[in-house]
Design a protein around this ligand. Structure first.
Ligand SMILES: C[S@@+](CC[C@H](N)C(=O)[O-])C[C@H]1O[C@@H](n2cnc3c(N)ncnc32)[C@H](O)[C@@H]1O
Length: 267
């Protein structure tokens, strides 16, 4: 039921959307940009606030953590640095290369491996925590992904989502305007595209992404998806403190209401 309701149904077929997304995320320049972005956040962020956000979400005991859509390993690094046993997976090898480079450079331990969020290469019940930031929106079939995350979690394990999508549609529109301005500022600063993408890949992705079922999805829509897959005990935690420290990228960032949502697998 969940899968049928949350699969891409626009003009592009699911397969085409999948291959456009793959080209978009495997783009070298885009991976470069996500590497810089991960560095900027970790450099300017407040360590203590990050650690608190992770501790509030998963507690003090070391956990087996899977960071799905890890990109350049931004979240994976934060979990590893507070003592968790972390695997980061991604569909993009260029992103994973950045993550491995960052781990070697910054001295954190995590394993980075190829894996599709919608068909994970891991055994049932092999993680205590499945986490991610800014990934659900990008998936052609988020319903399939959530079932997969449920499968690889042990009973009682948690999904922990870092997000900043506003519930209120009016606020959503104003934040999209702010993001556009932010993108423009990055473009000027970097002397190119804000996403790192160029030419055909950018055009195809811009056209395709509006067909993604969770593009600009509010938190209530995301929570409904988790509830339908059998998750329970939803907790929404405020992560504004961690993200508010990230100021130097632009004045607008402070206005984004970052939060963490945790969902427990029954059992
Ligand atoms: C917006 S970026 C966020 C990266 C990272 N989570 C962060 O917060 O810096 C989305 C990431 O999800 C990855 N991704 C997209 N679709 C995926 C899929 N089906 N399975 C695994 N990773 C995926 C992309 O390659 C990219 O690294």
């Amino acid at each position: 039921m969940t899968e049928r309701n949350t699969t891409a149904t626009g003009d592009l077929t699911r397969e085409r959307l999948k291959s456009t997304a793959s080209a978009r995320w495997n783009d070298e320049r885009s991976a470069e940009m996500w590497g810089q972005y991960a560095d900027e956040i970790t450099r300017h962020g407040d360590r203590r606030a990050w650690e608190n956000a992770i501790r509030d979400a998963v507690g003090e005991e070391p956990q087996r953590v899977l960071d799905v859509g890890t990109g350049a390993g931004f979240l994976a690094g934060l979990y590893a640095e507070v003592g968790h046993d972390v695997v980061g997976c991604d569909v993009s090898e260029p992103m994973l290369e950045r993550a491995r480079e960052r781990a070697a450079r910054d001295g954190f331990e995590a394993r980075f491996t190829t894996g599709d969020a919608e068909a994970l290469p891991f055994d049932d019940a092999s993680f205590d925590v499945v986490t991610n930031r800014a990934v659900i929106w990008s998936l052609p079939n988020p319903g399939l992904a959530v079932w997969e995350w449920y499968r690889v979690l042990r009973p009682g394990g948690r999904v922990v989502l870092f997000g900043n999508h506003p519930e209120d549609p009016a606020r959503g529109v104003s934040e999209r305007v702010v993001r556009r301005l932010y993108g423009l500022a990055l473009r000027v600063r970097r002397g190119g595209s804000a996403t790192g993408l160029d030419g055909r890949t950018r055009r195809e992705w811009n056209e395709a992404k509006t067909d993604l079922p969770f593009h600009h999805a509010p938190p209530s829509k995301i929570r409904a998806l988790f509830a339908a897959a059998g998750f329970e005990d939803t907790r929404v935690l405020d992560a504004a403190e961690a993200f508010d420290q990230w100021r130097t990228l632009g004045p607008w960032r402070e206005r984004v209401p970052w939060h963490v949502v945790t969902e427990r697998k029954s059992g």
